[in-house]
Design a protein around this ligand. Sequence first.
Ligand code: NDP
Ligand code: GDR
Length: 373
Amino acid sequence: MTNKVALITGVTGQDGSYLAEFLLEKGYEVHGIKRRASSFNTERIDHIYQDLHEDNPKFFLHYGDLTDTSNLTRILKEVQPDEVYNLGAQSHVAVSFEAPEYTADVDAIGTLRLLEAIRFLGLEKKTRFYQASTSELYGEVQEIPQKETTPFHPRSPYAVAKMYAYWIVVNYRESYGMYACNGILFNHESPRRGETFVTRKITRALANISQGLEKCLYLGNMDALRDWGHAKDYVRMQWMMLQQEVADDFVIATGKQISVRDFVRLSAKELGVELEFTGEGLNEVAMVAAITGDNAKALNVGDVIVRVDPRYFRPAEVETLLGDPSKAKALLGWQPEITVEQMCAEMVQNDLSKAKQHALLKAHGFNNSMSVE
Ligand code: NDP
Ligand code: GDR
């Protein structure tokens, strides 16, 4: 057990919630920054919430925002963390084309704000810093597979902002001797993945369709290839990176890739549905070819349940990503433990159980909507 103190930005997100759990289990005192919102936004961490009136609480939440320098400085001064994990971000690539300036403010300058606050407070020799860098930096890939030395070519405002963050972390390490690391993480998912990222969109929609709650899933580029791992494996690595003697940057990936189309296929299979893909480009559809289990009660052979909608194509696409995690394996002994098939099954089962609950409520006349009288 440790008595270290950690501060996590983005604690309410997918990775933040798993990392907070992981650090609490290791005995850390964990502080997280959450944003003020008009409705509850702590669903992913409610199960680890601790009533501050109880003895010896270890988990604390602070209101804050990566766009607010004085707020970040005050929190850092109060918390005096041994480790900062900067996971907070406007993390949606497609949304970054709609809100490029905000994305740059949060993802690029937000990182600078934190580093500067650490320096300003004289914490640069005490506080270790983890930056959530991304495989999106590779964008238009220059080499397959991608490793730490592969040149960057970002393809979205999100990726360009993250590129600034990457280099400012390297710069603060080189300029001020700060212990600051970039984890260049490839896509990682889980049942806690945000509902508009493609994997969760697929598992959630297919589960709903299997229960008759939705009719059709609309997707963009199904040819895109990604190296998908499980968030639990990846947050473990975030911590490992900060426990080394010398700060360094690491690619974290599984070394395997599949297409969005294959992820659709895998998800359907987990529901007991075989799909046949026909047509090309915008006319491509996926049709139920066979039903092998008893989960897809609402479906019939011949139903078209996936179509293409051009709204989900991006102005510039990242077609293929495949990571080479050899450095992390050799220097840190890290190895992913969960395969994409296991992860997909876990996500589908989680969404299926939610869909079944909704279907049951609906069948008994309850309205699931959140309307407030
Ligand atoms: P999520 O989108 O699930 O979580 C993002 C978190 O950042 C949320 O807690 C969100 O708060 C918070 N946030 C957003 N804007 C601000 C802001 N202005 N100030 C403070 N906090 C903010 O992302 P993930 O957990 O999936 O990813 C974690 C980090 O890792 C991100 O930086 C992402 O870019 C990066 N990354 C993710 C990968 C992945 O595949 N998951 C791969 C590589 C990098 P709220 O809940 O209020 O929205
Ligand atoms: P990505 O993840 O852009 O890789 O960024 P996302 O799941 O959004 O897209 C993956 C690929 O699927 C294609 N796609 C669709 N994507 C979405 N969201 N919705 C669709 O309907 C759809 N149809 C096809 C996309 O075009 C893309 O090629 C994620 C985020 O977590 C980033 O924060 C992180 O840095 C990177 O992973 C690594």
